[in-house]
Design a protein around this ligand. Sequence first.
Ligand code: ZN
Length: 817
Amino acid sequence: MKSVRGAVFLFVLSSGAGLAQSDYPVKPVAFTAVHVTDGFWAPRIEINRTVTIPFAFRKDEETGRVDNFIRAAEALRGERLENGKAPGYPFDDTDVYKVIEGASYTLSVHPDPQLDAYLDELIKKIAAAQEPDGYLYTARTIDPLHPHPWSGPRRWMLEEVDSHELYDQGHLYEAAVAHYLATGKRSLLDIAIRSANLLVETFGPGKQTIWPGHQITEMGLAKLYRVTGDRRYLDLAKFLLDVRGPDTYTGGDTHRQPSYNQAQEKVVDQTEAVGHAVRATYMYSGMADVAALTGDTRYVNAIDRIWDNVAGKKLYITGGIGASAAGEAFGANYQLPNMTAYNETCAAVGNDFWNHRLFLLHADAKYIDVMERTLYNGLISGVSLDGTTFFYPNPLESKGQHHRDPWFGVACCPGNITRFMASVPGDVYAQRNDAIWVNLFVGSTAEIKLDNGRTVQVTQETRYPWEGAVKMTVTPDQAAALTIHVRIPGWARNEPIASDLYRYADKPPQTATLKVDGVSVPMTLDKGYVDVTRTWKKGDTIELNLPMPVRRVVAATEVEADRGRVAIERGPIVYAAEWVDNPGKKVRNLVLPDSVPLTAEYRADLLHGVEVVKGRAVAYSEDDQGTSKQVSMKQQEFTAIPYYAWANRGSGEMTVWLPNSEAGVTPAPFPTLTNSATVTTSGSKSPLPMQDSEDPRASNDSRFYFDWWPQGTASGGPERVTSGWVEYRWKLPITISESDLYWFDDTGRGGVRVPAGWKILYRDGDGWKPVQNSGAWGTERDKFNHVHFPAVTTTALRLEVKFQATFSAGVQRWRVK
Ligand SMILES: [Zn+2]
């Protein structure tokens, strides 16, 4: 098995090198060449292989995503007359492709005959769903007369809007190349080639002109070109980039806004990161690929400018990107809100892809600094430590409304995690002829095959990211002149990112040092690397020492959300204060004065082993109700955990940016009837916002609300729900005579409206009785709707809400007195 795989790689590498005119000036060292043995990544990669990938395949089956291929095949054979429901989304096929890609990566380093056989069967199902001319898109093939509404009545006609036909093909190509390289089997590759040939026949100069609504086809075609040498695929990738924009649409449809899918200008003219963040980073990655393969520097100039914009104005401290939930998009410059930060897990994956490619173009460590920041923080936060629940958005602050889910209706993120985690070791090294770049510090043994045919084994011993000592042993196949570029991370050079967006609030007590064979090397930096050029011989050592004090970070004053606040970092890890570890189960009421010393401590028993940060904070609480609120303060123990590990112990408060003075603090509220109730609802979202003491700004305030969406709307499933309920329960009987309702309503943005009607019931014995409200049950927007009723003594209240037809409903606050 092993020798077969080796032969496949050799074939691809040798023939690929001859076929491609040019490629990246620096070459990645494939993850297959890097055997990770450390305590941080090795267990994660193993959980991904043994838990997440089988789990995601099971979800693909349970949710009908695999059935879609079977149904499409039946339709093609004419066996299916009643075709029933179209797939949930026209991009559901990609959730299968992504997990195949992830599974293939694991197969190439970990033989597993059972998984191999499972993939063979799955690929047969995919093959059977492909139309004779190569078209592969179950959302249409299942029932061409009644395709998914986003697909449009004819092929490609809605591609630039919402059909995702080309997006599906792009993920197919990525999966096919991975499967071919891992197994040497052409089964999926041949499917991809048939599909790509159809695209080549359909699109191009003198044929149809179209740009992918959701980018990735460009990257996928570049990969397909590399393994097949068929230049037409590269030409098509370039064509798909060059025909994008400028879109002149001026209507109101959110998904048609030119900037939503980066069609506001020609790609080579773009200067700012805008629109849907996943599409954007996939496009920038595709531009890097096409630039590398064609030598066209216009793409490079554009993505360099865009990178300056992101690194300087649109990057969260966690490496997350895409601040806005509306359109899953980049926000305006410096618009980096914490609680509503969208930061889709897929956007973090895309950010990593893009920065890695920029590094391969420029050999500059500033891209690896962003990649590492994303990788260790805002990307792996997307999957739980046990590998079975996921975050779609990755916010930097929570009141407890956020929680991980085992799957999503739009399930892009879990699949992306499976393929990403399996390939992380490919980010550790890069090489060119007689040079090696050491980019990440991961306990591992790598067999690095240089372009010049030589092989160098590099072993890293380190407890990174918890300790900054890294010992590397270099073993060339024979003594040879070679430059090893050792990255000195930005965080160890007092520069969180190569921009003025963030800076450390203090000076580092010590600086990084490097020894080669026990002799200190001058720390002369070139593009973030110390370059060690010498004749390396077997057993030579490099000892890197990166001191890891706990640091405070401040953001540029333009970032309103972070003013008067600090974030905590240690090494590459960004910290978060989470409710579980702090007294009173609250953290948003804490102030962390700059004078408080912070120390680090390794806790093997906690969160699969983490370094925690400890100190003392000041806790603020309201100790009185009413117009003149009194606030009390007390000193208490403070503990922060790595951000990536939050929300693994239930839902509650979390914050990354802590106020360093009382100006930014949110005192813990005084206990009221409202916030002391246990709340449950008929919806699936957290009901906690309803009990919050902070007034909403308006009914459409999207910072902190509850709604029943998608219940009541067309996307809420076949059994349309027309009403919802909320219950407040108390341990002891309470007496109540007033209630205030502030409705959530996102007219113009979503499907939630003030209700058609509502009522309040109270618990009486075993039943519910309505309260005797003699006034109106108000449904006005942007205000509290007050009701007054004869006092009732009870242990529970129930709010019943009737939805408007075809709409859902939601509640900003429900207060009772
Ligand atoms: Zn996603």
